[in-house]
Design a protein around this ligand. Structure first.
Ligand code: BES
Ligand code: ZN
Ligand code: ZN
Length: 496
């Protein structure tokens, strides 16, 4: 998909569709909408008066062969109340434009940004939104709707002096949008097409192409390094585990500078192991590698964006299967750090593999940690599919992340980590146990378990179990993987 800037006056633009947005109770005779209203002989005003064009959030009004314009269609999207309008709404509007027009066989359109939406950040966010909304999950469908695709989007409404910075934003937006879709492609793969070995191969290929350093630890190396927590999960499967390490080093790297460690859970399929999950809905557990895929996608973006800080991405990957050699409830395992773990539920496997991932990232030099994981069903109970659950050991570090989430339009909500919750995972027969002792707070005890391995290193945990998968197609987003938290973490790294 090509995304460019359009310079022609609105009336002269030849396109399949001209798109803009209007506000609820807004004056359609003002600003960019006003210009279009005038060109079309007051069309927008008439529709607004008749009640057909209200500006209610994501309302779509499609007009064919609008008089006064060279465009074949005029699509007007509702932007809701002006005082509640923000970049999240604008992203949705851009996404609705893509999906609405694509489904009607339109191949190119011109998106007119409203006055005040012409800065660099806005150009970046709508570019991301165009790419992210265009993503489809039809890879394995043999009959593709090949005629339904958008080739070119032009963005109009910038003054000549605004164009250079808008271009910059669009370039960055393309890198990030494509990285997010790269992650979503990985998450979409079923477990027979994406084993830990295949994920490692794909990560390695991406890293080499992007000019990043990459190392893949196989099951032998993992055993030599005594990553007992990762191995304990892997032992129930015929597929061997992998530990994926991708490193970005800035050209001006200085000794003693911060190093960010990004650790992602990549369970390519989670049956629950011996504590097996119910059959209903189990197919969704192919997305239990979304945290790892997110971190790999972030590295892809960073290779192009070149931040000033070193970043180490560590992705432990395995299946969680109930094979004959599988670990059993009550088994005691020794993590790489030396801590002993009582495995009371083999379905709480994410925290086990992250224990070794986090410890290894620290050993490699990480001074600031973030992990992302589809960790708990409990986070869906707490926050549904709306907010990512955020947990942190250091409020300064956590606040930085929350600011990045806000800036990139990703909804995240911090949950508490009082010491009282730590008591829930004190072990009876080993140092710690992998589930809380039946007093609720499932997402927090999961976070505390990982924190035990982060120690004093500032650490953030993102529970993306509720948000990494979109159950129902939205007018701006396909059903399936979302790639959530990639944008926030890229922003966080870039802010160093
Ligand atoms: N992969 C699951 C968490 C999950 C649930 C992801 C729903 C996506 C959607 C995780 O490994 C798991 O099974 N967690 C258990 C933990 C429990 C045994 C303490 C859970 O949430 O039920
Ligand atoms: Zn599980
Ligand atoms: Zn899992």
């Amino acid at each position: 998909m090509q995304i460019t800037l359009e310079s022609k006056p609105f009336a002269a633009i030849e396109t399949d569709a001209l798109v803009t947005y209007v506000f609820e109770n807004g004056d359609v005779t003002q600003g960019r909408a006003g210009e279009l209203d005038k060109l079309t002989g007051g069309l927008l005003s008439r529709l607004n008066k008749s009640g057909e064009l209200t500006g209610k959030t994501l309302e779509t009004t499609l007009l064919h062969a609008p008089a006064g314009l060279k465009a074949s269609r005029l699509l007007i999207i509702g932007a809701g109340k002006r005082d509640q309008f923000n970049s999240i709404t604008l992203r949705k509007i851009a996404g609705v434009a893509v999906r609405y027009l694509k489904s009607r066989g339109v191949h190119n359109f011109v998106f007119v940004v409203r006055e005040g939406n012409t800065n660099e950040d806005t150009a970046q966010s709508i570019t991301e939104a165009f790419l992210v909304s265009d993503f489809e999950t039809d890879k394995y469908k043999t009959e593709k709707k090949n005629d339904k695709h958008i080739d070119t989007i032009s963005v109009a409404g910038h003054s000549d002096s605004e164009k250079a910075t808008a271009e910059k934003g669009m370039t960055r937006g393309r890198v990030i949008g494509e990285a997010q879709n790269f992650t979503r492609d990985l998450v979409n793969e079923p477990s027979n097409k994406l084993t830990p070995r295949i994920l490692a191969e794909k990560a390695e290929a991406m890293a080499k192409q992007a000019g990043l350093t990459v190392e893949i630890l196989d099951e032998k190396r993992i055993a030599e390094l005594k990553m007992g927590a990762l191995l304990s999960v892997a032992q129930g499967s015929d597929e061997p585990p992998r530990m994926i390490i991708i490193t970005y080093t800035p050209s001006n790297a200085k000794p003693g500078a911060p190093v960010i460690g990004l650790v992602g859970k990549a369970v390519t399929f989670d049956t629950g192991g011996i504590s097996i999950k119910p059959a209903d809905g189990m197919e969704k557990m192919k997305y239990d590698m979304a945290g790892g895929a997110t971190m790999i996608g972030i590295m892809r973006a960073l290779a192009a964006l070149k931040p000033n800080v070193k970043v180490i991405c560590v992705v432990p990957s395995t299946e969680n299967m109930p094979g004959g050699k599988a670990q059993k409830p009550g088994d005691i395992q020794t993590a790489m750090s030396g801590k002993t773990i009582e495995v009371l539920n083999t379905d709480a496997e994410g925290r086990l593999i992250l224990a070794d991932g986090v410890h290894y990232a620290k050993q490699l030099g990480a001074t600031h940690l973030v992990d992302a994981a589809t960790l708990t069903g409990a986070i869906v109970v707490a926050l549904a599919n709306v907010n990512v659950g955020v947990f942190g050991s250091d409020q300064v570090w956590t606040d930085k992340l929350l600011a990045s989430a806000k800036a990139t339009g990703e909804k995240m909500w911090q949950l508490p980590m009082d010491d009282e919750y730590r008591e829930f995972i004190k072990g009876s027969f080993a140092d710690i146990q992998n589930i809380g002792s039946g007093k609720g707070g499932g997402s927090i005890t999961g976070a505390w378990f990982i924190r035990e391995f982060a120690g004093d290193t500032p650490w953030i945990h993102l529970d993306i179990a509720g948000t990494a998968w979109n159950d129902d197609a939205k007018p701006w987003l396909a059903k399936g993987p979302t790639g959530v938290s990639l944008r926030t973490l890229v922003h966080l790294v870039m802010s160093f």
